[in-house]
Design a protein around this ligand. Sequence first.
Ligand code: CAA
Length: 380
Amino acid sequence: MDFKLTEEHLMIRDAARDFAKSELLPGVIERDEKQEFPKEQIKKMGELGFLGMMVSPEYGGGGMDTVSYVLAMEEISKIDASASVVMSVNNSLVCWGLEKFGNEEQKQKYLTKLATGEALGAFCLSEPEAGSDATSQKTTAIEKDDHYVLNGTKNWITNGGTADYYLVIAQTHPEKKHKGINAFIVEKGWKGFEIGPKEQKLGIRGSDTHSLNFNDVKVPKENRIGEDGFGFKFAMKTLSGGRIGIAAQALGIAAGAYELAREYSKVRKAFGTEIMNHQAIAFKLADMHTSIEAARHLVMKAACDKDNGENYDLSGAMAKLFASQTAMDVTVEAVQVHGGNGYVKEYHVERLMRDAKITQIYEGTSEIQKIVISRSILRD
Ligand code: CAA
């Protein structure tokens, strides 16, 4: 067992850290306030290769491993979780699924653009009545001649308004239940595809979340991913890797808040000394640091499992469950360490606290992670 990062990993981590500080930090408070998508910053992230990190260079990606990806996710998330969710969805839920299960034509047509950031992707599984209960898909995709006809509504879709290509999960054969579900690539602008109003959110307010409506949208048969009925497996396999990305996001939010609290404790004075000299504060920082380090080990273990070709359903779910709880606990304590200033926007920690909550909800709630974990450990 080797806990050391390679030179290459360190370079990627530092590049992401520099980018986050120089490009994402300026304006992050204003973007949060105005719910403004970081358009220019995401464009630059694409140019620097952050949007298709694990995609093979053959399709325009960086050909990097999952460890590199989670290192970059952590650094970006320390500063701007709205930008990192865009990165996570594009890398893990869109590019990964297309590269792994798409055919050559689909990869040439769509993946090459998504991997370079020329186009942005969205992953559309959730529905008004199918969030955690993902097999209950009401959106239908009915076969007709050389295409499918798509009807239904998707909810809470990250990159909903800004994406160019959408991976849409829909039911083709209801009698077969989850075995009748398919996944499709749908392009923005196709007739009958409407983007609903932007959601007003508690956190990750710079990210762009919408409902989507499909009214008799014609999807060519060649845009179905995999065999007929593969859609639910596609979604589950894709989400297993996505959860590692969100675990890294939660880790970054926690680490960002901790670093701010630690530095603040060195300069803020109370009762005649810097507050770090009060055990009440020093012990909080010790607890924060310890749980962040534990979360980091779980995230790295899941990333290494994926890179080593091991099953990562269990390790990814544990990483997400623990890292998201850590993000909540640490950000609340970071606000507390800052006292009154913690409640004020310019100190950043209140935003990180609001951003942390979504990591316990999307890509499978904490309760869903416990289903995945308990089924896995009780199976044998
Ligand atoms: N890999 C491959 N196949 C899997 C799988 C996995 N990780 N997990 C489940 N499956 C398969 C099962 O083997 C089963 O197939 P078979 O019948 O052929 O054996 C099939 O899927 C159905 O599985 P279950 O019987 O376990 O179904 P279930 O309904 O009891 O539970 C669940 C499944 C795990 C709860 C699943 O519904 C789930 O993960 N729900 C949460 C959905 C979710 O994460 N949504 C996030 C939305 S995306 C998002 O948030 C993106 C964003 O914008 C940031």
